[in-house]
Design a binder for this molecule. Structure first.
Ligand code: FAD
Ligand code: 3HA
Length: 494
């Protein structure tokens, strides 16, 4: 089939009935559920772009194997140009939602592509696992599927290993093997956009301990697989708030869900790994999952740039950008954007070719983005709050603004500097408040901090890996140089 349209994506959603729970009720009509309608529209729009002549050649390509047009997320890059083609997709889609939707289909499609292109890793442990991940890659590529992922065990007690939790199946684990597949039970978090996806893939960050064997698994199943229950967090918008009042929150909220598996059957051909602590702990570093970090980086750059632009427009609208303190905050934001932009470029220009010929962005700059964005983005939000100050809290609702009795006051007292009307200022400040004040905006801060794991442990791992690869030779050069200089009599140099 190749690339889908938005309508085909929506028809896919209509054809399934996953068990979705939200606000104390079972959601039975997903596509007409007010909370999900707008995000579904946003994802459908991305699918439609694949067919739009303006974007098609930029974000899709003809698959060598099938001759069909497929998303660039399924490209296994073999050159710098391929990396750029993939980036073009990330960038084009991120710009459609200002980088605020992190888990658009490209994210996991890239992840699975890199797992499949590193099938040799799975082969080492079990040839069936390698075959399964490769077939799964082809399946989602050829059907242009949208995946969610759940890779983190629920918090419960982080001081204990999976096998030491209160109950055997608090963390998702293997119950038994059957002729048809494996039966799994327990929970995994935190599957963003799960209710409106086609499939879920499960794997884990490293950290399993001996005796955690049953929890060391990876597989993918349709989101409506019997026994799989999706428990949504409380929605941050009810789907009825106006676009005037909430221009971002009412469009781009990504629902998050805990997945609870009640003795779910995973067919053998969908099992990528099980009962192997060593394989599960190596999966992340050995299968090029770094490729998804390329998507994260491009998307994160768009989001940070958006925050920077909002801060600049706020400051301009109320005439405060001539003050030194405001200028230094805005300058800091522009420089943050430039740092991320430069790091992305370095990662692409200094790409690495793997032994099997895949071209991947350089890891250290991408990891650096991952370490810095969790600090830069919250800081950008703090700056928006600081520059907007009380003005962020004085904005009326759209209904107030439309009320003829109030209009004169609004026009008089809500305008900005000369040339900025009350209407323009109110709209701008509402945009800013969605990003820096609403629950929607706070989730986006939390997302930037945690979407790729705990930044504390990530930075620790980053330094340990860095140390393994570097001998800090400049220090030896300096020490040896000092010894040499000491021995050489003065005047012997040219
Ligand atoms: C908005 C949002 C969307 C997300 N979307 C997804 C998704 O789609 N799919 C998915 O799988 N995951 C998703 N995640 C989950 C994300 O992967 C986790 O939040 C992340 O891995 C951090 O784990 P945790 O939240 O369980 O924090 P914890 O690991 O429980 O950490 C809690 C605190 O304790 C500290 N801590 C815990 N253990 C240690 C330790 N061993 N050493 C030192 N400090 C420690 C941490 O530094 C942190 O401050 C999302 C998260 C957010 C916030
Ligand atoms: N963002 C990530 C995720 O959600 C799962 C696994 C890895 C990452 C990552 O950025 O490396």
């Amino acid at each position: 089939m190749g690339i889908r349209t938005g309508a085909q994506y929506i028809n896919g959603l209509k054809s399934r009935q996953p068990e979705v729970w939200m606000s104390g009720r079972k959601v039975t009509d997903l596509v007409n559920e007010p909370v999900f309608q707008q995000p579904i529209r946003e994802i459908a729009r991305l699918y439609d772009m694949q067919h739009d002549p303006e974007y098609s050649d930029k974000i899709t390509h003809i698959c060598e194997e099938t001759g069909e047009r497929v998303s660039n997320a399924f490209l296994i890059p073999k050159s710098f140009e391929d990396l750029q083609a993939r980036r073009a997709l990330f960038e084009t889609w991120a710009k459609e939602n200002f980088g605020l939707m992190g888990r658009t289909p490209d994210f996991l499609n890239v992840t699975v592509s890199s797992m499949a292109s590193n099938a040799a890793f799975f082969e080492k442990y079990n040839p069936d696992w390698a075959k399964n991940i490769q077939n799964y890659y082809k399946y989602i590529r050829d059907n242009d599927l949208f995946l969610t992922h759940a890779i983190v065990n629920p918090q419960n007690d982080r001081s204990k290993a999976s096998h030491e939790q209160k109950e055997t199946f608090t963390h998702l684990g293997l119950v038994k093997e059957t002729p048809e597949g494996i039966i799994v039970r327990g929970a995994k978090m935190l599957a963003t956009l799960a209710p409106i996806t086609d499939e879920v893939i499960v794997y884990s960050f490293p950290g399993f301990k001996p005796r955690d064997e049953r929890y060391a698994l990876s597989f993918a199943i349709p989101i409506d697989t019997p026994g799989l229950r999706l428990l949504c967090r409380e929605p941050m918008q009810d789907g009825t708030r106006s676009l005037f009042d909430h221009p971002l929150a009412s469009r781009f909220e990504e629902m998050d869900a805990i997945l609870v598996f009640h003795d779910v059957l995973v067919p053998w051909d969908r099992v990528f790994m099980h009962s192997n602590v060593e394989a599960a702990n190596q999966l992340y570093s050995q299968t090029g999952l770094m490729q998804s970090t390329h998507q994260n980086g491009v998307r994160g750059l768009t989001k940070l740039s958006f925050a920077m632009e909002i801060a600049a427009r706020l400051a301009d609208a109320i005439g405060v950008d001539g003050y030194l303190n405001v200028q230094t905050q805005l300058g800091e934001l522009v420089q943050s954007v430039e740092v991320i932009r430069a790091l992305l470029r370095v990662s692409e220009y200094e790409y690495v070719t793997t032994p099997h010929g895949e071209v991947i962005p350089a890891g250290i700059p991408l990891e650096t983005i991952r370490g810095m964005l969790p600090k830069m983005y919250p800081r950008a939000i703090e700056i928006i709050q600081t520059i907007g100050a009380g003005g962020l809290l004085m904005m009326p609702s759209g209904d107030d603004f439309e009320n003829e009795e109030l209009r004169d006051d609004m026009d008089r007292y809500y305008g900005g500097r000369s040339g900025v009307s009350a209407y323009d200022r109110i709209r701008l400040f509402k945009l800013a408040w969605d990003l820096c004040g609403e629950g929607f905006g706070q989730r986006l801060v939390q997302y930037e901090r945690y979407y790729s794991g705990d930044p504390v442990r990530k930075l620790g791992m980053f330094y340990s890996n860095f140390k393994r690869q570097h001998s800090f030779k400049l220090v030896d050069d300096a020490l040896n140089g000092a010894l040499k200089a000491q021995k050489e009599p003065v005047g012997t140099q040219d």
